[in-house]
Design a protein around this ligand. Structure first.
Ligand code: DON
Length: 580
């Protein structure tokens, strides 16, 4: 380990929560190669390129993350944040690297109110006030220096190349641009990137980002300071402030990733390791699965199974609303919420023959934007694992690129409870625990997750806002029911989030008979094309689940890439392990 890496590790031990003291059970054999699943083939390929260059899963995670930042600005990028859940096969340790954005000091709740005291939704999701201080570049530096084997320059090389030389625009990219066009074209820095050819990006055209290539080069050459201090930082601050925002150089320089202890619990045969606060995902998963462990779901008929799963979702989302936020700022009652006894209490409140009304004001219904954010999963030949979910929040984030940086800023501020009790873009709301404060991290639903049973190791995750949590839940239940990775990524999805009091579902999730039985149990359903039922619109695309599995019985690797996204890629290659 280099002196620099040692220094970083030492600093981490001093200033952030310690690495997990507990260890996952170690699988005995080593995988026969590596598996990567991501939302874009160029990113999956970059991961394998990095492994072939002698890197491990963590170097590959940096490479995949950086390429996704270049080819999927609709979903994530250097101007956003993410969570890296890592498993080191040698030590058996799991660590959660929190690279969530932080609130700028000036972004107080009052900033998001209109003159008449209403919620200024435009300010919350568009332009300079929508953006938190980015975290993803700091994650690249931290993960590469602390856990990788290669210099950051090598892991970032594919991203730099693709930013400079370009990649073919795909349908979702071109469609997303059209959806966000009005906002993107408000800002000269954004126009310079997206209208560089004189017109909006068109499917099949090569899209180049020379400024982003240079920003990545500065990051590769100077590490943290290449982004958070100096030229890039100065341009970020100038670009935000020129549009009426209020960022300072000190805030950027003070950004720091945090290492946190993952949430762990057991569900049947599985040890689950998943995202702690400031994600709400792990706590919600622990609640839902521990509630559900009171039944043998496979033995139940489908309406009853869906009813119980939806009731567990409802209860977890209610607690999310009131209790969850950045643990550095609020006391999250994590021990209570994740305890099997608490789950048993919640289970006792479920009536198997009747839906529990959420008993809430209906709240403001907001249209759901297209599914963005991105997740990738990696297992390398040493058995190291990376589950990474990263985001700029909604489609193309805030739409603002500070001139000269190529960095599209996030609109993650909308994930705070900017106005208490007012639903955000995903229809979820919150109160004090998730109120904004200087330097605070906004509550997330991103849920990168590992599961391990005596027979299998699985890495999984997906985008989808508040639906992330329930998609990961259904994924876990799918693996538990014996499905393979590809089948799990294709599973039809449904979701209940307490408020609005409705189960929404993809087409094909329920047969007409199951839907009828659920209604008879007292559930409101929002099915595609079913406008009368209320709730958020059910868009036809739900998430983008990327998963890899290592079958220990026959020592085989498999990947699953969500068939809803045609440019994704899951692959397995026989790239051998090199000793660390
Ligand atoms: O962190 C979160 O929970 C959200 N910013 C994720 C956004 C997302 O998944 C967008 N996809 N629909």
């Amino acid at each position: 380990m280099s002196r620099k890496s040692l220094a970083v590790l030492f600093a981490c031990l001093l200033f952030v929560a310690p690495l997990s003291a507990r260890e996952s059970a170690k699988p005995s054999a080593q995988p026969p190669g590596a598996a990567i699943a991501s939302a874009h083939a160029l990113a999956t390929d970059a991961g394998f390129e990095t492994l072939r260059a002698g890197g491990n899963a963590f170097d590959a995670a940096v490479a995949v993350s950086a390429v996704l930042s270049v080819v999927e600005p609709i979903s994530s990028g250097l101007g956003g944040g993410g969570f890296f859940l890592l498993h080191d096969a040698k030590t058996g340790k799991d660590v959660f690297v929190d690279a969530r954005e932080m609130a700028p000091a000036a972004a107080t709740q009052e900033r998001y109110l209109t003159a008449d005291g209403g919620f200024d939704r435009d300010r919350a999701v568009n332009g300079p006030w929508a953006a938190g201080i980015p975290g993803l570049p700091a994650a690249f530096v931290h993960v590469a220096e602390t856990y990788g084997k290669l210099p950051l320059r090598t892991s970032l090389a594919p991203a730099i190349r693709i930013a400079r030389d370009g990649f073919p625009v795909y349908a979702r990219f071109a469609r997303g641009y059209q959806q966000r066009r009005e906002v993107m074209e408000r800002y000269p820095g954004t126009r310079a990137v997206y209208l560089a050819s004189g017109a909006a990006p068109k499917e099949g055209e090569v899209f180049r980002q020379p400024d982003l290539a240079r920003t990545l080069e500065l990051l590769a050459g100077h590490g943290f300071d290449g982004f958070y201090r100096g030229e890039v930082a100065a341009k970020l601050v100038a670009g935000v402030n020129a549009e009426g925002g209020q960022w300072t150089g000190e805030e950027l320089a003070a950004y720091t990733v945090k290492e946190r202890e993952p949430v762990r619990f057991r569900y049947r045969d599985w040890d689950i390791v998943t995202a702690p606060p400031p994600s709400s995902g792990g706590i919600a998963l622990a609640q839902m699965l521990q509630i559900l462990s009171g039944w043998d779901l496979q033995e139940l008929d489908e309406p009853l199974r869906v009813h119980l799963v939806a009731e567990s979702m409802r209860r977890a989302f209610r607690d999310r609303t009131f209790y969850l936020g950045d643990p550095d700022f609020v006391k999250v009652p994590q021990r209570l919420l994740t305890s099997p006894d608490y789950a048993a209490g919640l289970r006792a409140t479920i009536n198997p023959s009747r839906a529990t009304p959420s008993d809430l004001l209906s709240g403001e219904q907001t249209p759901l934007e297209d599914e963005e954010t991105t997740h990738f999963s990696i297992i390398d030949a040493e058995g190291n694992r990376a589950a990474v979910t990263q985001t700029v929040n909604l489609l193309f984030g805030s739409g603002l690129v500070p001139p000269g940086t190529g960095v599209l800023l996030n609109n993650e501020m909308d994930d705070f409870a900017l106005k208490p009790g007012t639903p955000n873009a995903f229809g979820v709301m919150g109160y004090d625990a998730n109120a904004p404060a200087p330097g605070k991290r906004m509550l997330s639903s991103m849920t990168p997750t590992f599961m391990q049973s005596p027979g299998k190791v699985v890495v999984l995750g997906t985008p989808g806002g508040s639906r992330i949590i329930t998609m990961v839940l259904l994924g876990i239940l799918g693996f538990d029911a014996g499905l393979d990775a590809q089948a799990v990524s294709a599973l039809p999805r449904y979701h209940q989030q307490w408020m609005p009091d409705v189960i929404e579902a993809e087409s094909g999730a329920f047969t007409p008979q199951v839907a009828q039985s659920l209604r008879a149990l007292g559930h409101s359903l929002k099915l595609p094309g079913d406008e009368a039922a209320g709730g958020r619109g059910s868009s036809h695309v739900w998430g983008n689940l990327q998963t890899v599995e290592w079958d220990l019985a026959d020592n085989a690797l498999h990947g699953g890439s969500d068939p809803r996204n045609p440019v994704g890629k899951a692959a397995v290659e026989a790239i051998g392990a090199t000793a660390r």
